[in-house]
Design a protein around this ligand. Structure first.
Ligand code: EPZ
Length: 415
């Protein structure tokens, strides 16, 4: 198992490019299973979750070749089952459900189950697909979905704006008979990017990125060329690292609008932020606590940025309060931050961060993707050496994290 060895205390300075969005690349890779022919995806992040999605596509009978940041997928789905081994690599493989059901009229996959963040139920996915004509039964831990007569459009009102459920319904609805309307749909920018890809393939999707999405079924979809949107959470991670090390970074190839709920938090923290074109310049000063940070569905503050922002605030003067409203167990990074000297108390959804003067290097373990990134952010700004284990969690969503931070002055190596 690899580790990251970080000697903290260096101010990060220079320019960092943001990679393509993991949470856009994954649903779009799943969406290629709906299409015929070839899809070329530019700005595809080189991360292990993308490799997992490629393995699923290959299992299904498609081919996927990643050359640098360009993925070329030739779609020719020959089967509709995803074995437990592939499902367990990445729980967001559930996103293949809508595409396979829409393309083949059936899908068998093992229950994605929970993860470090909580139970991660899929009831909204299942109930919505049943309303579109699918039936589902459980056979020895495998969920078998069938729609022998194909899927029909339906009017759906989601009890919660679930990102994955919205995406699965969109995928299932593209080739369904008639019109599907999703009310209380997730509004994350990745949803709009998925719709943009699908419409370029010949789908008829309106309203993606807003609260109500309408999909009119078409007869077939043809692969296309698409550039994946920038990763807004990776951008927030780099901002957190600048704040945590008292540095200054030009963060480029991002989409400024996607950070509307994140940038004000760094300004309240006392950072100077200047946005221009597809870049943001951030200069950290003495950090001040942020009174309250509530994670909520987009366009509010994203749950995925909670851990990395908390790592910066661990050394801010005063008391910051987080309320994690999306996942029931998303403070897994707190014990490791505490071991580094942070003063953080967790009570259910609430985490109270009392800023301390310094954090100190420690031997710690990553527990999940964004929690692991938070440990890197904290270690870069800590005194002394930190060794972070279980870094496979981090590699799921960050391209070569040690090289990225080394290029701007971070002392970080992989061993
Ligand atoms: C997506 O997960 C992202 N993953 C997550 O990013 C992100 O944190 C999350 O959306 C929220 O923005 C991908 O896009 C691959 P949800 P998803 O369905 O689709 C409950 C990262 O770090 N829920 O919006 O699983 C669920 O339990 C990852 O990049 C139900 O109750 O998120 C959770 O509490 C982590 N029933 C809440 O909704 C359902 O059927 C949000 O889940 C579905 C969800």
């Amino acid at each position: 198992m690899q580790s990251l060895i970080i000697d903290g205390g260096n101010r990060l300075t220079g320019e960092i490019e943001v990679c393509g969005a993991k949470n856009s690349a994954l649903p779009i890779l799943a969406a290629t299973a709906l299409t015929d022919g070839e899809t070329v995806l530019h700005n595809c992040p080189v991360i292990t979750d993308v490799y997992s999605a490629e393995r699923i596509l290959t299992h299904l009978g498609c081919s996927s070749v990643l050359n640098g940041n360009t993925a070329v997928i030739k779609s020719s789905v020959q089967r509709s089952d995803i074995p437990e081994k592939l499902m367990s690599e990445m729980r967001s493989s559930i996103i293949f459900l809508g595409a396979l059901l829409g393309k083949t009229g059936k899908c068998a996959l093992s229950f994605p189950g929970g993860c470090e963040l909580g139970a991660r139920p899929i009831d909204i996915h299942i109930n919505s697909l049943k309303k579109m004509g699918a039936s589902v039964k459980e056979e020895f831990g495998t969920l078998v979905f069938t729609a022998p007569k194909g899927l029909n459009g339906a009017k759906l009102l989601l009890p919660f704006p679930s990102v994955g459920a919205t995406e699965n319904i969109m995928l299932a609805a593209c080739l369904a008979k008639g019109e599907t309307q999703i009310k209380n749909a997730a509004r994350e920018p990745e949803i709009a990017d998925l719709a943009d890809y699908l419409n370029k393939c010949g789908a008829n999707i309106k309203g993606a990125g807003e609260g109500t999405i309408t999909i009119s079924g078409v007869s077939s979809l043809k692969g296309c060329e698409h550039t994946i949107m920038p990763d807004r959470i990776v951008a927030a991670t780099y901002m957190s690292a600048a704040a945590s090390t008292g540095g200054e970074l030009r963060i480029t190839k991002l989409c400024r609008n996607d950070l509307d709920s994140v940038i004000p938090i760094f300004e309240e923290m006392g950072c100077y932020i200047y946005s221009y074109g597809d870049s943001v310049f951030i200069k950290a000063n003495k950090l001040k606590a942020v009174k309250k940070i509530l994670t909520m569905p987009y366009p509010a503050f994203p749950t995925d940025a909670q851990a990395v922002v908390m790592a910066s605030l661990a050394k801010a003067e005063g008391t910051s309060v987080f309320v994690e409203n999306i996942f029931e167990n998303r403070y897994q990074h707190v014990p490791a931050l505490t071991k580094m000297g942070a003063d953080i108390k967790v009570e259910g959804k609430v985490a109270i961060v009392e800023g301390v003067k310094n954090l100190f290097g420690a031997n710690i373990l990553a527990t999940d993707l964004r929690g692991g990134a938070a440990l890197v952010v904290a270690a870069l700004g800590a005194e002394g050496r930190t060794v972070i284990g279980n870094i496979h969690h981090i590699d799921r969503g960050y391209e070569n994290i040690e090289k990225t931070f080394s290029l701007v002055g971070g002392k970080i190596i992989r061993k």
